[in-house]
Ligand binder design. Structure first.
Ligand code: G3I
Length: 360
């Protein structure tokens, strides 16, 4: 198990933070990156299109000091056909990150979604023979990680491998069916072989769930036992106004920290509509709901500050409400999950986070 290592860019950002700590003597910080300085880096999931749009690029640069590619590093967009790779859009994100000295996380190398079917299955969706599937996965990871060697802060190597089903350990997906239970280990080993220096993460949602956390721990310990490089675990943070309970989140971070791992908050957003919620805020969100969201974010950042020693990065899953996946998953509805509204204006939640960070 490797100890957590930060890329040079991360070290530089945190080092500068050590000299100029965030606490401005109670003065209110003027951005998220200023308010979090000296505590943890603050990131956003971004798209190439946002970086090409001056107003969104400017807001990203003002507020954040860490980036994650929201979807353009996903396998389906990288390997457009067997052995055919297209790095145009992902390189655009890398170029922006490098130009502005921002650490960038590649998201992700292995997932059950947005992955070419032929990587693990034949035309009839039958699992490929293990050796063939392993060869496909190795070619993919080796080609992609080699292309970005030295350019990324880190990789989310495997995403959401642990099952949500009570009696099932790993999710039943094409990689598991073709390669077997060690596909997670192999993905990490292929990534490490392609770039021995890049930090490697496992990323999942609902990790704080009391039925899922033991299975995530089982996976972490199995990787550790095999000597796999695993620098951190990402808890995605797709949460709600009143769920999960803050104590569960707090306990999850502590438990993961006891494994000797850093803990990343990788995809933070607050679904204010609710999973079963109809499109009830289509015409606008009531002020009291915005205030509930502000209080929820403030309480979450209290937890992150409490564990800032093991949380190097907190990443919002998007820049502004209109970008969010929560506007179309699990169904089309108008959602308001982030800190900036559709006109890129800061919401009460933004001010609540700034106030929480500035007070400490
Ligand atoms: O906008 C492009 C369009 O230009 C292009 O022609 C088209 C080609 O298919 O793609 C369009 O982009 C879509 C993008 O969302 C828009 O933001 C992609 O198709 C679509 O795949 C992408 O979906 C992403 C989704 O994962 C894939 O399942 C979402 O952006 C992304 O927010 C979501 O994120 C996931 C994390 O990776 C894992 N955790 C859960 C989270 C939410 O599902």
């Amino acid at each position: 198990m490797g100890t957590f290592t930060l890329s040079p860019l991360c070290v530089l950002s945190l080092f500068s933070a050590a000299i100029f700590p965030a606490n401005l003597g109670g003065q209110r910080a003027e951005s998220l990156r200023e308010a979090t300085r000296g505590r943890f880096m603050i990131g956003a999931a971004v798209t190439a299109a946002q970086l090409d749009r001056p107003e969104t690029a400017d807001l990203i640069l003002k507020q954040f000091n860490h980036l994650t590619a929201e979807y353009e590093f996903m396998p389906l967009f990288m390997e457009t056909g067997p052995g055919r790779f297209d790095f145009k859009r992902s390189d655009r994100i890398v170029d922006f990150a490098h130009l502005h000295h921002l650490p960038l996380t590649g998201h992700m190398l292995c997932w059950h979604q947005i992955t070419p079917q032929w990587m693990f299955e034949d035309a009839e969706h039958h699992p490929l023979p293990r050796e063939r599937a392993l060869a496909n996965l190795k070619l993919y990871i080796n080609t992609v990680v080699t292309h970005f060697r030295g350019k990324l802060d880190s990789w989310n190597v495997v995403n959401e491998a642990v099952s949500d089903k009570p009696l099932e350990y790993l999710r039943d997906n094409p990689a598991l069916r073709s390669i077997g239970i060690d596909y997670v280990q192999k993905a990490f080993e292929f990534a490490h072989a392609a770039d021995p220096n890049v930090p490697l993460y496992y990323n999942d949602y609902n990790v704080e769930d009391q039925a899922k956390l033991p299975k995530v721990l089982r996976l972490i310990r199995s990787l550790k036992k095999e000597g796999v490089r695993l620098d951190a675990v990402g808890i995605q943070g797709h949460w709600y106004l009143d769920y999960p309970d803050s104590d569960l989140i707090d306990a999850c971070i502590v438990t993961l920290g006891k494994e000797g791992l850093k803990v990343l908050v990788t995809e933070l957003d607050i679904d204010v509509v609710g999973y079963e919620g109809a499109d009830r805020y289509k015409s606008g969100i009531p002020a009291d709901v915005l205030n509930q969201e502000a209080k929820r974010y403030a309480s979450l950042f209290e937890i992150f500050l409490k564990h800032q020693d093991i949380i190097p990065v907190v990443t919002f899953w998007g820049l502004e409400d209109g970008q969010s996946w929560l506007n179309y998953t699990p169904r089309i509805r108008t959602n308001y999950p982030l800190l900036f509204d559709r006109r890129l204006n800061p919401k009460p939640a933004y001010h609540a986070v700034i106030d929480t960070l500035s007070r400490k």
